[in-house]
Design a protein around this ligand. Structure first.
Ligand SMILES: [Zn+2]
Length: 388
């Protein structure tokens, strides 16, 4: 009986809506729902719990005409929303097969059907319909966006790049930085396949499309480290500062490695000081403190941290300070500090280190595309006090 309810409700609503619409038009319209024998046949199917046959009857009853197209569309969309995708598909396919539809009604029905296919996971069929829809001026941008979604889902970066370039020609929104990410995705795959030269070219393409693509610089640097060309790696990693200093945290460890390998530890210390003075941030401060500890001992490092904590209070800075004090056996309040230390470790462990500034998503790793809102470049390390 639940089936009966769900089917009759939309039909009733649709026919009521249609009747209202027709009365507004002041037409002596005939209702599409006469209580004909056919209608009772449909109800009978429902009572026998054969809803698919019932739908066929009702669809036939509600003949497709310019007056009822919208009702069919509403009914189909309703079925899709309820997860009854196969029924939605039947209604929309039925619509499309009618030659009486106007061009704009036809593309509207195509649009609905393509959404049904997406919902049903029939991506190749959805793709074909969207490829048809990009020719309609009305739905062009929407269709390109849907195609992009599909290609992203299928990791078909080549098609994604081609489609995004076409979209860029008709859409006012900037998407060059997304195209750069597609090239980076491509480069990632090529590297996994051992195709280093092709990967290198994809990375350069990314930088060409979006000179501010941090991800491409990190990829270039990582590739250079693998190839042993450390000077080039340093150049690529240091480029991040000009592209977007908020991402510097991601390259500091790699930079430290490169400078160490090249026996240039002082250059690295100098670079860290420059970064810290210019942009602040916890990571360069912690790194520098560890270097000072290593080169000049605990008390110098503690002095440095206390000065820094004074400028920018942070739990992680405090944590490192506690490490230093605890390792000092003369400390009188050692037990107290151990308690504090436990607290900070707990706090850091529970903290999310990355946050999407578009939707607020938080996570422990860097995603280039936010898993929650699907925006690109919106996730960054949480800086300052908030980072704990
Ligand atoms: Zn987000």
């Amino acid at each position: 009986m639940i089936e009966l309810l769900w089917l009759l409700l939309p039909v009733a609503a649709a026919s009521g809506w249609l009747a209202a619409k027709q009365s507004i038009k002041a037409k002596s319209a005939t209702s599409p729902f006469h209580l004909t024998p056919e209608y009772f046949r449909g109800v009978n199917y429902l009572l026998n719990e054969e809803p698919d046959k019932a739908i066929d009857v009702f669809i036939q009853l509600m003949e497709v005409s310019s007056e009822t197209v919208e009702t069919h569309l509403a009914l189909g969309a309703l079925f899709r929303r309820r997860g009854e995708v196969n029924r939605a598909i039947r209604i929309h396919q039925n619509l499309i097969s009618r030659p009486s539809l106007s061009a704009s009604q036809h593309s509207l029905a195509l649009l609905e059907l393509s959404q049904d296919y997406r919902r049903a996971g029939l991506l190749d069929r959805a793709e074909n319909l969207f490829l048809e829809l990009v020719n309609s001026e009305e739905h062009e941008i929407y269709a390109y966006r849907q195609l992009l979604d599909i290609y992203q889902q299928e990791h078909d970066w080549e098609k994604a790049i081609l489609t995004a370039r076409k979209l860029a020609n008709v859409s006012p929104e900037p998407i060059h930085f997304i195209i750069a990410h597609y090239y980076c995705e491509q480069a990632d795959l090529l590297r996994q396949q051992g195709l280093q030269e092709a990967a290198r070219q994809a990375i350069q393409q990314a930088l060409q499309v979006d000179p501010h693509c941090v991800r491409a610089s990190i990829l270039e640097g990582t590739q250079a480290v693998d190839a042993g060309t450390l000077e080039q790696a340093i150049r690529a990693f240091q480029r991040v500062e000009k592209q977007d200093p908020d991402y510097l945290t991601e390259v500091l460890e790699s930079l430290q490695f490169c400078f160490q390998e090249l026996q240039r530890p002082l250059d690295f210390t100098r670079y860290l000081r420059h970064i810290l003075e210019r942009y602040g941030g916890i990571s360069p401060m912690l790194m520098l403190a560890k270097l000072i500890n290593h080169q000049h001992g605990e008390s110098k490092a503690a002095d440095f941290i206390v000065t820094q904590l004074h400028k920018r209070p942070s739990l992680r800075g405090l944590d490192l300070l506690l490490d230093l004090v605890i390792s000092n056996p003369d400390s009188i309040s050692r037990d107290h500090l151990l308690l504090l230390k436990d607290m900070t470790v707990q706090l850091i462990k529970n903290k999310h280190l990355y946050k999407c500034h578009h939707c607020g998503f938080k996570g422990k790793t860097l995603h280039w595309q936010c898993p929650s809102c699907k925006q690109w470049n919106t996730i960054k390390a949480i800086q300052g006090q908030e980072n704990g």
